[in-house]
Design a protein around this ligand. Structure first.
Ligand code: C5P
Length: 305
């Protein structure tokens, strides 16, 4: 059972102060893009409850294969909710950057929820899967949902956004990763003593999306976690500058970073941005991606060759 799941970009990410539970209240606009991971679950002959994880693809060596892996945790959650405990192997084929601010781990968790539900005919339904997704992580519900959506709470409360058109992105993947908790902690440190407004997304950005106006969208991209990501990884400023030099419509650090997303006018302009990024030595990869795309989907019920 193979499920394909998209990465996300936060077009806007507004972050409030720390809450009593350690999370931060936020308001964000997520967009799912066609940079995907494939998660395959296969029944195996082993002790009931066994979950074996293997990983291939970009950054595979940095993904844990023990019980902390979000896909393994997702399988155990479906097992508990449905009472099925057949042994499974989970294989994750990665293209979404690891620790890159594009919710790659959350995407794998969302894909595994859907795959386990389908493989075991657990019949949990979207509402229950969404509740499990929210328990698994703040970005997991969006990976199930896909498209473009406004997220509130800690990111798990979703409302679909009205969007026209398709957006072409160039994604600059850094050689290093950033840990999400450390970027939130650095944000708190940088903003210590400041009065923080209740986080909300800007009406201008929502209007640009509703009109399909990529140039207006580019000017309203914003991320409250960007100063902290740049503080922890100062060469991110060089990456952002490279895109400005070829007139990207907009550029921002995605989520907690360090992946930087550049908005292009069209595919030809994306080539110019890719060429400008070619000379930045701190990058591990440059991808082109288009959004919005749907969330996690079953793509195959046969083992891959
Ligand atoms: O929800 P998730 O497990 O992806 O969050 C990882 C970490 O990121 C949390 O433990 C927390 O430190 C931080 N976080 C936060 N506020 C959010 C989302 C995540 O502080 N809204």
């Amino acid at each position: 059972m193979t499920v394909r799941v998209p990465a996300k970009i936060n077009l806007e990410l507004r972050v409030g102060g720390p809450r009593a539970d350690g999370f931060h209240g936020l308001a964000t606009v997520f967009q799912a893009v066609d940079l995907v991971d494939d998660v395959t679950l296969t029944l195996i002959d082993a002790e009931p409850g066994t979950v074996q994880v293997t990983v291939s693809g970009a950054g595979a060596e940095d993904v844990p294969t023990d019980g902390t892996n979000l896909a393994a945790r997702a399988v155990r959650m479906v097992s508990e909710a449905s009472g099925v405990d057949e042994a499974v192997a989970v294989h994750i084929d990665k293209r979404i950057p690891v620790a890159g601010g594009m919710a790659g781990g959350s995407a794998d968790g969302a894909a595994a929820l859907l795959a386990a539900d389908a493989l075991w005919h657990a019949g949990l339904g979207m509402e229950e899967l969404h509740a499990l997704a929210a328990r698994l992580g703040s970005d997991v519900p969006f990976a199930l949902h896909g498209g473009t959506a406004v997220g509130t709470g800690r990111g798990e409360v979703l409302a679909p956004a009205l969007v026209r058109g398709e957006y072409v992105w160039v994604l600059a993947v850094h050689r290093r990763g950033l840990s999400t908790p450390s970027v939130f902690a650095e944000t708190d440190r940088l903003r210590q003593g400041r009065d923080l407004a209740e986080p909300e997304v800007s009406q201008e950005l929502m209007k640009a999306l509703g009109c399909g106006d990529a140039a207006a969208l580019g000017t309203h991209l914003a991320n409250d976690l960007q100063p902290a990501a740049c503080s922890l990884l100062p060469d991110l400023e060089l990456v952002l500058d490279a895109g400005h030099s070829v007139d990207a419509l907009g550029a921002l650090v995605s989520g907690s970073g360090p992946t930087v997303a550049f908005l292009a006018r069209d595919a030809e302009h994306a080539l110019d941005i890719e060429a400008a990024l070619g000379s930045v030595s701190t990058l591990a990869a440059v991808h082109r991606a288009t959004g919005p795309v749907p969330g996690a989907k079953v793509v195959s019920t046969r083992p891959l060759p």
